[in-house]
Design a protein around this ligand. Structure first.
Ligand SMILES: Nc1nc2c(ncn2[C@@H]2O[C@H](COP(=O)(O)OP(=O)(O)OP(=O)(O)O)[C@@H](O)[C@H]2O)c(=O)[nH]1
Length: 294
């Protein structure tokens, strides 16, 4: 949906609609003209309270992804509609399943799609300025669910990383690698979940970005760059907030598969603990491996 005054695009998806959101989302970043003319505001997914559980359970043929799971994974806002047709336990269980897939999305119960316009306009799902609320959302849910096991690292590994200033970076895609991923077995549990990493301390960058071409090289050297290069097919979305040694501002970023966008954010407050927070939504994510890599 386009709003001519704001030039914002809100991307609505329903399960029987388009198969894959990623290429559409990526178009907003890949095409210069599109990027300068319009802004992708967010992805709203409408799910049917009565039938979505069934779609999530669907066992797909090898190589075919579960569309229902993916549409939930990409969403910023999720309207759980037709709640009048489902019982409370059914709705509660659906909410829990959705949360397990996508912990960053805002969920809303609706009947006949009746929702305040503000819920579907001005989402800012890709805004770097709103990264904090998104990464905080998952921790609030984890705390509430008692899943926060206090895995706060006392320090971060030494990183030979570089900063990316107000830039969008497309990491090199490896076609062969990409194709291999499509041959993975998707027939059982689709394994799409949200994983958060919380790490105290500051990342230690030794070099400064001197020119844009240097950026890609450095990004590819980063743990994050390597991770996306190896697993971009598996990582639907990610958002993060980093503390960088010697940098007074927080560094925020967001990504959709191999597209990565980052920028310095507000200043760290003097009394604020320097904590790095990253949230991934993806397939077959291994929290321990991700934490170790970081
Ligand atoms: N009881 C009830 N019916 C609804 C609700 N929302 C839509 N419907 C009705 O469901 C029927 C099908 O509407 P939708 O599911 O929105 O249709 P659709 O989007 O083309 O269907 P899908 O693409 O298959 O999801 C219509 O008769 C709607 O009036 C709701 O919240 N409660």
């Amino acid at each position: 949906m386009t709003s001519s005054c704001y030039k914002n695009i809100i991307f609505f998806s329903t399960f029987t609609g388009l198969a894959n959101r990623a290429p559409i989302i990526q178009t907003f970043y890949a095409e210069d003209q599109v990027f300068s003319d319009v802004k992708l505001d967010g992805v709203v997914t409408l799910v049917d309270a009565k039938h979505t559980g069934f779609h999530l359970d669907e066992i797909k043929p090898k190589g075919v992804v579960n569309e229902a799971v993916e549409q939930i994974a990409y969403a910023d806002h999720i309207m759980v509609n037709k709640t009048d047709l489902a019982g409370e336990p059914e709705i509660a269980s659906l909410f829990e399943r959705i949360r397990n897939i996508n912990c960053m999305a805002q969920l809303k119960r609706t009947k006949y799609g009746d929702v305040d316009l503000n819920y579907v306009l001005g989402i800012g799902g890709f805004d770097l300025e709103r990264i904090e609320s998104a990464v905080e959302a998952i921790h609030a849910v984890e705390d509430h669910a008692g899943h926060n096991h206090g895995h706060y690292h006392s320090h971060c590994h030494n990183h030979d990383h570089e900063l990316v200033y107000k830039d969008i970076v497309f990491l090199k895609s490896d076609t062969e690698h990409h194709d291999n991923h499509h041959s993975h077995d998707h027939t059982h549990d689709p394994g799409v979940s949200s994983v958060s990493i919380v790490c105290e301390g500051s990342l230690d960058f030794e070099k400064k970005i001197v020119c844009p071409s240097y950026l890609m090289k450095q990004l590819n050297n980063m743990w994050l760059g390597t991770l996306l290069l190896e697993s971009s097919e598996e990582i639907y979305r990610m958002k993060g907030l980093l503390s960088v040694d010697g940098m007074n501002e927080r560094f925020v970023f967001q990504g959709v598969h191999h597209i990565f966008q980052g920028s310095p954010d507000r200043l760290w407050r003097p009394d604020e603990p320097r904590i790095n927070k990253i949230v991934f939504i993806g397939k077959n994510l291994d929290k321990e491996e991700l934490e170790k890599g970081f």
